[in-house]
Design a protein. Structure first.
Lengths: 107, 209
């Protein structure tokens, strides 16, 4: 087991890097709020918001959660499975939600 | 270089002692985070499902106060993530006093988030008459999914605040090591990360233009 003494220099980002990441996250949040008030079609809006959210999540995971500086094997163990499970949920459930809407009796 | 990292270098194909070169606490937290991420994914998928299957999904969030509140809440969480990174950074340099200060700043961010969120909930309950089982727009699932998603997230924030308070208390008394602070940081960043999906999907997609 790794035994960190108190003053071990750890590989990772610097304070300035973390500040840049924080600013980038804030800017992307600002863009998201701005997009919410543009009259964009729902699908484009959803794609833009989700795209930005995924970029933000990636920044948080890579820098704040330090994963960029860990061994690649840790990333490969954790994330492909998570992404696969989410994709499976979407593939299995989403078409059905639209189908039930189309089956509705129009009044 | 730590012992664990050295051990993997020569024996990773011989069932090395620590194939990920991280401590067991940190790996345990990562596994928890992945399983919790699946819980939130399932809730978000369920929310998206009922939203797609409902013809007239309500969009009750006015710019003021709801969107302003939730944007400030996002700012609080993002900033508390930055202070948590600084706490881990200080602990890495052996500065326990600074670590406690940064963790306390993180706790303040978390409490501000919870306070604003509860105000926003009360606004929705009192002014828009939304409950978990009904509302004026005739879409009871709106309240159900909204309170389930944001409620579970708020529970995570509250647990995180308690967790950080314990860590700060122990660090101030000279207990716990770098890894313990880092693991609590992982949890806190995860709570922040989940909000990065709930905020656009629940609030921004339902903003009243």
């Amino acid at each position: 087991m790794s035994d960190h003494s108190e003053a071990v220099e750890h590989v990772g980002g610097t304070t300035i890097t973390f500040s840049y990441v924080w600013i980038a996250l804030l800017v992307m949040t600002g863009i998201e709020v701005f997009l919410a008030y543009e009259q964009l079609p729902t699908l484009i809006m959803l794609t833009a918001l989700l795209g930005l959210s995924i970029v933000k999540a990636a920044l948080i995971i890579a820098y704040f959660m330090h994963l960029k500086f860990e061994k690649l094997s840790l990333f490969l163990t954790l994330f492909p499975m998570l992404v696969l499970c989410i994709i499976l949920m979407l593939i299995i459930f989403m078409p059905d939600s639209v189908r039930s809407l189309n089956m509705r009796v129009v009044q | 270089m730590s012992e664990a990292k050295a051990a993997t270098m020569d024996s990773v194909w011989h069932g090395g002692g620590s194939p990920y070169a991280i401590g067991s606490k940190k790996f345990g937290m990562w596994l928890f985070i992945i399983s919790d991420a699946l819980t939130f994914s399932a809730l978000l998928v369920a929310y998206t499902y009922v939203r797609l299957a409902t013809p007239e999904w309500p969009k009750p969030f006015h710019f003021s106060p709801s969107i302003i509140f939730s944007s400030v809440m996002t700012f609080c969480l993002l900033s508390s993530s930055l202070t948590m990174v600084m706490a881990v950074h200080s602990m890495n340099h052996g500065n326990r006093k600074a670590t406690v200060g940064w963790i306390l700043a993180t706790i303040v961010g978390g409490l501000a988030f919870v306070g604003l969120h509860l105000t926003e909930w009360l606004n929705l309950i009192n002014n828009e008459h939304v409950t978990t089982s009904g509302n004026e727009w005739g879409v009871p699932l709106f309240g159900g999914t909204f309170f389930a998603l944001t409620g579970l997230h708020m529970t995570h924030v509250v647990i995180g605040v308690i967790y950080l308070a314990i860590i700060a208390f122990a660090v101030a008394r000279g207990k716990f090591k770098y890894e313990d602070v880092e693991v609590s940081g992982l949890y806190w960043h995860f709570v922040d990360l989940v909000w990065m999906f709930i905020f656009p999907l629940v609030y921004l997609m339902s903003a009243k233009i």
